[in-house]
Design a binder for this molecule. Structure first.
Ligand code: LRH
Length: 494
């Protein structure tokens, strides 16, 4: 038996899990135990020109260290050695580090309002088609390249020596070694989706258009593939956590990449929804789709584990629901999630279906009011009260999944027989049922901790405890999870 620690940082919480690999060759499974959980979320900070949204990185670092200590304690109790550590997190946001290694402030949150309009400016200058032809990335206002352009006048920018995405930053603090893990690097916009290396032409074009950026390439570590041993815990971290010189493995450090590894698929004819704050809806391919049709549909080619491509689209996800509950709470009405979902199950189906991917749903704020505006603008009944509002959100999410699924399967030519839902949203039974009904596909829901499982199996293979290709790793996931299957009850919507 060997223990693996997965640090999995989502937009609303961070979790540290101890995954113990048990069983003999061909029958291995992972027993996951949560040993740490801490809050995460945007923190509003006043600035000269308004309010900035940041992440509280030091809180996450402390949570990770506490979790590592707890994982070590549990492993010791069980008599299991901690064989490796892996970190995954949400993508795109970066920390800036000075030449002396000091952190230059807290990273910006990708919902920060200063990004409005930046993507259009960059793409107009660089050429929409040319850019997509290299990085294959869906235009989201917060892709790292756009954030870098938005931040080029920051007082700290001239001091920035190293730009690190969150797992790379935490990994560098754990080991003293800095890498750029490729699945996460592929969300920056600066990577070539075909070569899986930094794109010099893209970086040079950006620098030429925005000279204040200076030498970007010099600030980026070299990309490494998932499965690379980054280094070992430093003496300081060993003292802080009670662990030994444990190796830190670069896993699919983009949480969505680890979640896709954690899909218990039996063969390649599957689509997935990685369902959390965001819903990532797509298929797994061997090569990117960089066609003009794909660009116009705004589908992304993020890189996956073992040379794969995650051909997917971001759907606004359960963010709309959590912001709705927050709006009500702040107005004095606390609605528990379970009650909200029960009320939605009783509400009239399909009464109001809005485009949840519209930009007005991106930033924090009064979602019920925005849903009402969207309903009015599209000539539909305005949802009012808990049941109708929550039903509108779920119907709209399921409808978005249906649309994206049709696009990604059409544009990639991949045929699918099943839709896997992994992540926290896999527990949302109503949403799973609605998704099965509107897509006409069986929905297989779970594991909830898909990203942590995907993280653990990649670590375990890197240190020789597991062996085999991605389907073999998914076999381990299948034996470790008990997914729930929802058959479609009605004919798919047109
Ligand atoms: C999901 C996710 C998603 C990104 C977003 C920023 O957690 O990583 O894949 O687009 O966060």
């Amino acid at each position: 038996m060997s223990g693996f620690v997965a640090v999995d940082l989502g937009a609303t919480s961070g979790r540290v899990m101890l995954g113990v690999v048990t069983g003999g060759a061909g029958d291995e499974r992972v027993e996951l135990t949560e040993v740490g959980r801490f809050t995460n979320g945007p923190v509003e900070v006043p600035e000269a020109h308004g309010t900035a949204l940041h992440w509280d990185l030091l809180h996450l670092w402390r949570g990770a260290l506490d979790g590592l200590r707890a994982a070590g304690d549990l492993a010791r109790q069980r008599g299991v050695p901690v064989a490796a550590i892996g970190i995954d997190s949400w993508a795109v946001d970066y920390a800036s580090v000075a030449a002396d290694g000091s952190l230059l402030g807290n990273p910006r949150h990708h919902r920060d309002p200063r990004l409005t309009g930046v993507a259009d400016d960059v793409l107009d200058r660089l050429g929409h088609s040319e850019h997509y032809g290299v990085n294959g990335l869906q235009t989201l206002p917060f892709n790292t390249e756009f954030q870098l352009v938005a931040g080029r006048h920051d007082a700290t920018w001239p001091l920035v020596d190293s730009i690190r995405l969150i797992p790379d930053l935490l990994g560098s603090w754990l080991t003293g070694v800095t890498v750029a893990e490729v699945t996460n690097a592929s969300t920056t916009g600066l990577l070539d989706a075909t070569t899986r290396r930094w794109s010099d032409p893209v970086i040079e074009a950006l620098q030429a258009e925005y000279p204040e950026l200076g030498d970007l390439r010099a600030r980026l570590a070299d990309p490494v593939e998932p499965g690379t041993v980054v280094g070992h815990l430093t003496g300081t971290v060993q003292a802080a956590t009670g662990l030994g010189a444990v190796p830190v493995v670069a896993v699919g450090s983009h949480d969505t990449a680890s979640a896709v590894v954690g899909v218990p698929a039996e063969d390649e004819r599957f689509a997935y929804v990685s369902s959390g704050t965001w819903s990532l809806v797509g298929v797994e391919l061997d090569a990117p789709v960089l066609t003009e049709e794909s660009r116009l549909a705004n589908v992304t080619n993020e890189l996956g584990v073992d040379g794969t491509v995650r051909y997917l689209k971001n759907v606004m996800g359960l963010w709309v629901l959590s912001e709705t509950l927050r709006t009500w709470r702040e107005a004095g009405t606390e609605v528990a999630l379970a009650d909200a979902l029960a009320a939605a199950a009783e509400a009239e189906p399909g009464r109001t279906v809005v485009d949840v991917d519209a930009p007005e749903f991106l930033q924090p704020g009064d979602m019920p009011a925005r849903l009402a505006d969207a309903a009015r603008a599209s000539g539909q009944p305005v949802p009012d009260g808990v049941g109708p509002v929550v039903r509108c959100i779920l119907d709209s999410l399921a409808d978005a999944y249906r649309r994206v699924l049709a696009e990604v399967t059409h544009l990639s030519g991949r045929e699918v027989d099943v839709l896997h839902v992994v992540g926290g949203g896999s527990q949302n039974e109503l949403l799973c049922r609605l998704t099965a009904d509107v897509t006409g596909l069986p929905v297989v829901a779970g594991p909830v901790e898909g990203a942590a499982l995907g993280n653990v199996v990649v670590q375990a293979r890197a240190v020789g405890v597991l062996a085999g290709d991605l389907p073999a790793l998914r076999g381990v996931v299948r034996r470790s999870a008990r997914p729930v299957r929802y058959e479609p009850q009605t004919a798919p919507a047109g």
